[in-house]
Write a protein that binds this ligand. Structure first.
Ligand code: GLP
Length: 240
């Protein structure tokens, strides 16, 4: 694993955006894996800016997001679809038919999850996957536990995650209890992975990731088994 140390959040956002832009320039029809949360917001702003000022062209790019709350309608302003549309999709020339998130309004969640993994494979797999990390070490919504799930599936959010994500909702009670989340194998099949880590409260999961030990109780540590992972972390996350 390669670690890029950044002075602050802005530098982390820029470096991640340069790497995504590089991928798009090298392979204009690449498949990108995107994450939500506050960590990648600055990177999306940089990418929108590169599109506007430097003609970064998303015309042939395909995207797959990691996860979506369940049940939720994509028009709901707390949905991850809404988040992505607000921060990126509406600001660049991605074709609507080329952006994908698990459908949080699907009646048959299990069938939706199987179809989602199949669609990623049919598109040739993910070239570059962006990840954030939860305070408890989760990636996508793969929560700590005795077991992890390989494929995309419906998951139950932990109290920790519900509490952490309640800052985006009117109250903790409004946070959905479930999500459709990419599985560990869905993530590990990506050819290249960037994990962005910012802020003092991410010091503990970052240290676990860097320890080289692998445990289901910190799902991100599985990334130690992937051949091409770059951690982009700011000093607050590194120093705690
Ligand atoms: C959510 C998402 C994750 C994200 C995590 C951290 O739970 N499912 O993909 O990495 O939050 O979010 P933040 O970047 O806001 O700390």
């Amino acid at each position: 694993m390669r670690l890029i140390t950044c002075e602050n959040y802005d530098e982390m956002s820029k470096i991640a955006a340069y790497m995504v832009a590089g991928q798009i320039v090298l392979k204009p029809n690449c498949v990108l894996g995107f994450a939500t949360g506050s960590t990648p917001e600055g990177m999306y702003a940089e990418l929108a800016n590169m599109h506007k000022s430097s003609y970064l062209d998303f015309a042939e790019v395909k995207t797959f997001n990691l996860d979506e709350y369940y049940p939720i309608d994509r028009a709901n302003d707390q949905s991850y679809y809404y988040f992505m549309n607000h921060h990126l999709f509406s600001k660049v020339n991605l074709k609507p038919e080329n952006v994908n998130l698990p459908n949080g309004a699907a009646k048959d969640a299990a069938a939706e999850c199987v179809a989602y993994d199949k669609k990623i494979e049919d598109c040739g797999g993910i070239d570059l996957q962006i990840l954030g990390i939860g305070n408890n070490g989760h990636i996508a919504f793969n929560e700590p536990g005795e077991e992890l799930t390989a494929g995309t599936s419906m998951v139950t959010l932990t109290d920790d995650t519900i509490k952490a994500n309640s800052r985006f909702f009117a109250s903790e009670a409004d946070v959905p209890k479930h999500a459709l989340s990419s599985g560990m194998a869905t993530i590990m099949k990506a050819r290249q992975i960037i994990i962005m880590i910012s802020g003092k409260n991410k010091n503990t999961p970052l240290k676990k990731l860097l320890s080289g030990k692998i445990t289901c109780s910190v799902p991100a540590t599985m990334l130690n088994m992937h051949p091409n992972v770059t951690i982009i972390a700011d000093k607050d996350a590194i120093n705690g």
